[in-house]
Ligand binder design. Sequence first.
Ligand SMILES: [Zn+2]
Length: 103
Amino acid sequence: MDTVWKEYKLRKSVFWMSVFIFFVWMWFCSSFVEMLFLGFIIGVAIVGAAAVFYARWKCPRCHKPFVLKGAYGNVLTTKCLHCGLPSYASSAEISNLAYNLKA
Ligand SMILES: [Zn+2]
């Protein structure tokens, strides 16, 4: 795997781990009714921070956010939302500049 995709994989893993931790955390907080609201706020803040970390990763080909396009984000995408570069593409595909930026 190209080193450029290691950062992508790390950020993606951090995001999905935070989602998993959110559910475990909410299950834990559900045992303490007085903690539920505060626990929810903390959980959403953690997932939000991880989502920002993930969304700020830039596509190695077009250098635009890979999973974010304007206000639209797709954490399940396997292609760059701007140039369509598939995740884990080879360095030859990354350096191929014959692509169209979608409007
Ligand atoms: Zn791209």
